[in-house]
Design a protein around this ligand. Structure first.
Ligand code: GCB
Length: 652
C-alpha cells in the first residue's frame, strides 16, 4: 500500500485501530438471538441494498473521518463521494489501485425513508441489520452511534426505533464506517509491516501482511436492511432433531420484552398440513411418518423442509402483542463412528468441493445470479457437499443448501494462524466469541453437519495444544449434536489439535507443493498420509483439499504443471487411492477449489489469483470438472440414489 502516511502517523493510525478494538471488546453487547429476518404477519422488512455514498479516508492517520465527525452529516457535505453498490466489495469497483489495495477506514452512508407506521407505533421495534461487513464496523443513525462489530463474516444488528422517533419528520441517515486492517488478534489474523528503508520505500510506506491465500476483499458484503418486530418478540429459536420410530424435534424459544408470554409452536409439512404442535417456550414435537432431510443424491426427495411457526402472544398493560416467526426445519441426525460419517444413521460420503465467496467485480459481495449459477454447477457436477473455506458464508447460501440438500462443513475465519502471538489469550477469547456467533447463527440449518474451527493453523507451536483443546471443547459445549473438526495439513506428527476433533480433515498437495511435477509419487504419499493419520487417531478422515493450478486452455502431453492435462492426472491419481481407502475409513473428498479465485499479489506462484479451480472464475469448466463430474455421478450411483428423472442430468 502506498501510504502518504508518515511513519509516526501511520503507527498512530494502526494503534488507534487496535485501541478501538480493545475498547469495543469491553463494550460488546451480550449475545442475543440472531434469527434471519423474515416477513410475517407481525414483521416487515425494508431492503437497503443499492447505491450508497462512499469515501475512503485517505488521510495520513486514516482518522480524519472520526476527527471531523463525518457521521454527523451526509458524507457528501464533508467531501467528495462516489457511488458504491451494497452489497459488494469496494476493491474492484473503480479503476483506482489505491482503492483496490486500500487499508484503513472507508465510509458509507445513505438516507432511508422509514414507513410512517413504524415510526408512529411505539410498540414496534425497528431493527437495523448488516448481514456482514469486512472487517471492523461502526454504525451511526442520524449521527448517534448504535453499534460496533468486530469480525468480517457474521451479522450484527441494533434497535434504532428510539433514535428515529426523536425527529420523525427527518429522513433516517445511516452511516457505516468499515476498517479492513487485520492484526495479530483478528480472525483471520494479519500484521502491518512498516518499511523503514527509505532507499527502497517512500516515507511512511507500509503493507498488510497475511498468511492466507485469498484477497482481503472489504466493504459491506451482505445485505443491509431494516426490519420490525413487536416490542415483545421472539428473539431466538433452537431446534434439535432426534430419530426414534418417529422424528422428534426438540425446540426452545426465547422471548424478550415481557416476563410472561404464551408460545404456540406448529410444524407443517410441504403441503401446509399440521403434523405436530405444542405449547410453551420449550418442548418436543413428535412427527409420525416423518419425511427426513436427506442430502442431494442420497434420496429421491432431498432437502425436505418442514415449517415451524412460532406464535407468541402476550398482554402488556393495555396493549396486546403478537409475534410470528416461521423457521424452516429439516429433520435429520448426524453421528460419527471411528470409520463412518452417518446422516440419519446411514453412511454418508462427502463428494464435494471447497468454495470461496469470490467473483469478478463484486469480490465477496452477495450476488444472487452467482449463487444460483454455483448451485446449478454443483448439481451438474454431482457434488453433494462443500466446505465454507475459509469463513462463514452468507445465510442466503446456507438456506439454498438446506433446500437443495447440499451438505455443509461450516468453517469459521480461523485461517492463517501462523504467528505464535496469535495463540494468545486475546486471540483465543475472540476466536471463542466468533464460534458463539457462528453457532448461534447457523445452529438450525440441517445442511450444516460439522463445525470447522480453523484451517491449517501452525499446530506444531507449543500453545496450539491448549488453544485447540479450549476452542474445540467450547464448540462442542455450544452444540453437542454436531461433530467438530479443524483442517490440518499432511504432517500428522506435528499436530496438536487432532486428539480433540471428531473427524480428521487433511489437506495435501502431493506433486504440487511437494515433489512438483512428479505425479508418480501420489499413490505412495497419499496412502501413507491416510495410514499415518488413521493409525494414530482411529477417526474417520476427509481429504479436505487436494488439487493443482490450471491456466485455462493451457495444454501439454505428457502433462506439465499448470496445464489441463496435469490437473486431470493429479485428480485421477488421488481418486485411485480414495477408492481404496473409502472402503476403510476415508469418508470424503473435497476438491480445492470449485472455481479460480483472487489472491493478494504477494506471491509469484499466483498468476492473477489461485487457478486450482475446476471452473474458471467466470464458471466455465476446465478438463478437471469433467473428470469430477464422471466420478461424482458414479459415486452417487454406488452410495446413494440418483434422481429418478435423469441419470446424468445435463440441465438442472
Ligand atoms: C491450502 C489452503 C488454501 C490455499 C491452497 C493452495 O492449503 O488451505 O487456502 O488456497 O492450499 O492453493 O495453496
Amino acid at each position: 500500500m502506498h501510504g502518504a502516511l508518515s511513519r509516526s502517523a501511520c503507527k498512530l493510525a494502526l494503534f488507534g485501530v487496535l485501541l478501538l478494538c480493545a475498547a469495543r471488546d469491553g463494550a460488546s453487547v451480550p449475545q442475543r438471538g440472531m434469527l434471519f429476518p423474515r416477513e410475517s404477519a407481525s414483521r416487515e422488512l425494508k431492503e437497503l441494498s443499492g447505491l450508497w455514498d462512499f469515501r475512503a479516508d485517505q488521510s495520513p492517520g486514516r482518522s480524519l473521518g472520526f476527527d471531523s465527525a463525518w457521521y454527523k452529516s451526509r458524507l457528501a457535505e464533508t467531501g467528495p463521494v462516489i457511488d458504491m453498490p451494497v452489497p459488494a466489495s469496494y476493491n474492484d469497483i473503480t479503476q483506482d489501485p489505491k482503492l483496490r489495495d486500500f487499508i484503513g477506514w472507508v465510509w458509507y452512508d445513505r438516507e432511508v425513508v422509514v414507513p410512517a407506521r413504524w415510526v408512529a407505533d411505539k410498540g414496534t421495534r425497528v431493527v437495523l441489520r448488516v448481514g456482514s461487513a469486512h472487517y471492523y464496523s461502526v454504525v451511526w443513525v442520524n449521527g448517534v452511534k448504535v453499534m460496533e462489530h468486530n469480525g468480517g463474516h457474521l451479522p450484527f444488528e441494533a434497535e434504532i426505533g428510539d433514535i428515529i422517533r426523536e425527529n420523525p419528520q427527518a429522513p433516517c441517515r445511516i452511516t457505516i464506517a468499515v476498517n479492513n486492517t487485520l492484526t495479530l488478534e483478528t480472525l483471520p489474523p494479519g500484521s502491518i509491516q512498516h518499511m523503514d528503508d527509505t532507499s527502497k520505500y517512500p516515507n511512511g510506506y507500509f503493507v498488510q501482511n497475511t498468511n492466507f491465500d485469498f484477497f482481503n476483499y472489504a466493504g459491506i458484503h451482505r445485505p443491509v436492511l431494516l426490519y420490525t418486530t413487536p416490542k415483545v418478540y421472539v428473539d431466538d429459536i433452537t431446534v434439535v432433531c432426534f430419530l426414534c420410530i418417529s422424528g422428534l424435534v426438540s425446540y426452545k424459544v426465547s422471548v424478550l420484552g415481557a416476563s410472561t408470554t404464551n408460545v404456540k409452536v406448529t410444524l407443517t409439512d410441504k403441503h401446509g398440513r399440521c403434523v405436530a404442535s405444542s405449547s410453551g417456550p420449550s418442548g418436543v414435537l413428535k412427527v409420525t411418518d416423518v419425511n427426513l432431510w436427506w442430502p442431494y443424491l442420497m434420496h429421491d426427495n432431498p432437502g425436505y423442509l418442514y415449517s415451524m411457526e412460532v406464535h407468541m402472544t402476550t398482554a402488556d398493560e393495555s396493549v396486546a402483542y403478537e409475534d410470528i416467526y416461521t423457521l424452516p426445519v429439516g429433520i435429520r441426525t448426524v453421528r460419527v463412528t471411528s470409520t463412518q460419517f452417518l446422516i440419519n444413521n446411514k453412511p454418508f460420503y462427502f463428494h464435494g468441493v471447497n468454495k470461496h465467496e469470490d467473483s469478478d467485480i463484486r469480490g465477496k459481495g452477495l450476488d444472487w445470479p452467482l449463487i444460483v449459477k454455483d448451485f446449478n454447477l454443483l448439481k451438474w457436477l454431482g457434488a453433494n457437499s462443500f466446505r465454507t473455506s475459509h469463513y462463514p458464508y452468507a445465510e442466503e447460501i446456507l438456506q439454498m443448501c438446506d433446500r437443495h440438500g447440499i451438505v455443509v462443513i461450516d468453517e469459521c475465519p480461523g485461517v492463517g494462524i501462523k504467528d505464535i502471538r496469535s495463540f494468545g489469550n486475546a486471540s483465543l477469547a475472540h476466536h471463542l466469541d466468533v464460534m458463539d456467533e457462528l453457532v448461534n447463527r447457523d445452529k438450525n440449518h440441517p445442511s450444516v453437519v460439522m463445525w470447522s474451527v480453523a484451517n491449517e493453523p501452525a499446530a506444531e507451536m507449543p500453545p496450539a495444544g491448549f488453544y485447540f483443546k479450549m476452542l474445540i471443547s467450547h464448540t462442542k459445549a455450544l452444540d453437542p449434536t454436531r461433530p467438530v473438526t479443524f483442517i490440518t495439513d499432511s504432517n500428522y506428527a506435528r499436530d496438536k489439535g487432532a486428539p480433540y476433533v471428531d473427524v480428521i480433515c487433511v489437506n495435501s498437495y502431493f506433486s504440487w507443493y511437494h515433489d512438483p511435477g512428479h505425479v508418480e509419487v501420489i499413490p505412495i504419499q497419499l496412502t501413507n498420509q491416510f495410514e499415518n493419520w488413521y493409525g494414530k487417531y482411529q477417526k474417520p478422515i476427509i481429504q479436505s483439499e487436494y488439487g493443482a493450478d490450471v491456466v485455462p486452455g493451457l495444454h501439454s502431453d505428457p502433462p506439465m504443471m499448470f496445464t489441463e492435462e496435469y490437473q486431470k492426472i493429479v485428480l485421477q491419481s488421488y481418486h485411485k487411492v480414495f477408492d481404496q481407502k473409502r472402503k476403510e475409513y476415508v469418508v470424503g473428498e473435497l476438491i480445492w477449489n470449485f472455481a479460480d479465485f483472487m489472491t493478494a499479489q504477494g506471491s509469484v506462484t499466483r498468476v492473477v489469483g489461485n487457478k486450482k479451480g475446476i471452473f474458471s472464475r467466470q464458471r466455465q469448466p476446465k478438463a478437471g470438472a469433467f473428470i469430477l463430474k464422471d466420478r461424482y455421478w458414479r459415486l452417487a450411483n454406488e452410495t446413494g440414489r440418483l434422481p429418478p428423472w435423469n441419470k446424468y442430468p445435463c440441465l438442472l
